[in-house]
Design a protein around this ligand. Structure first.
Ligand code: HEC
Length: 193
């Protein structure tokens, strides 16, 4: 039965090819190939300055972890409508899951700190090529992973340990690339050594 179907399909196709003309069929096949190429994954794109990535992703996600140093995530009451919550700990994916998610957000954000083409708030390029920048980014990645594991383990000691790692990871980079006194050039000197 199946074989008969296949034979019939081939006959039908060759009939169509004859009717339309082989050129049309070949052109269609070429078009399909071009379509497949266009659907390939697009290159990474930059949408915000480094300052915006810090304020929009790292600041809120690290605070989810930091606030849990003194409050057991499991004890956080869910918001009245958890699906509309602006507090990850009290939302639909709250409690310990929120610690996991903030850890992953920080680890994933490490990737955003290394893609080319991003500028800092002052217009200077993010120094992605510097060896110490890459080391600091790795520190953030490790701290984010430690946070994720703390969330999975539901262990308060691991939360404290992860919070320590995250604080250190943020600080190590800020000391070199963010904290610039006016004598050092202030904001305009950020993202340079
Ligand atoms: C690899 C380097 C690096 C790491 C790691 C890093 N930062 Fe930053 N951060 C910077 C730089 C550089 C700036 C200044 C950005 C600018 O002005 O464009 C900044 C700015 C900020 C700002 C904005 C300050 C302002 O002027 O408003 C916040 C908030 C911030 N970082 C939070 C964090 C937190 C929280 C972490 C850790 C979870 C972190 N950052 C990790 C480099 C880093």
């Amino acid at each position: 039965m199946k074989i008969r179907h296949a034979i019939f399909s081939i006959l039908l196709l060759s009939l169509i090819a004859t009717v339309l003309g082989a050129d049309v069929v070949i052109a269609q096949a070429r078009g399909a190939r071009a379509g497949a190429a266009a659907a390939a994954p697009r290159a990474q794109q930059v949408h915000g300055t480094l300052l915006q990535v810090m304020r929009g992703i790292l600041f809120p996600n690290s605070n989810v972890l930091f606030s849990s140093q003194s409050v057991d995530p499991a004890s956080v009451q869910k918001d009245a409508d958890p699906t509309a919550s602006v507090n990850p700990l009290a939302g639909a994916y709250g409690g310990w899951e929120a610690i996991e998610n903030s850890g992953l957000a920080m680890a994933e954000a490490a990737n955003l700190l290394t893609i080319p083409g991003r500028v800092c708030g002052n217009g200077k390029p993010v120094p992605v090529q510097n060896a110490d920048w890459q080391r600091f980014v790795q520190g953030l990645r490790d701290a984010g992973t430690a946070t994720y594991k703390a969330g999975q383990s539901k262990n308060m000691d691991m939360v404290l340990d992860a919070a320590d790692k995250v604080t250190t990871a943020c600080m190590n980079c800020h000391e070199v690339y963010r904290e610039k006194t006016s004598a050092q050039g202030g904001m305009a000197a950020r993202c340079t050594k």
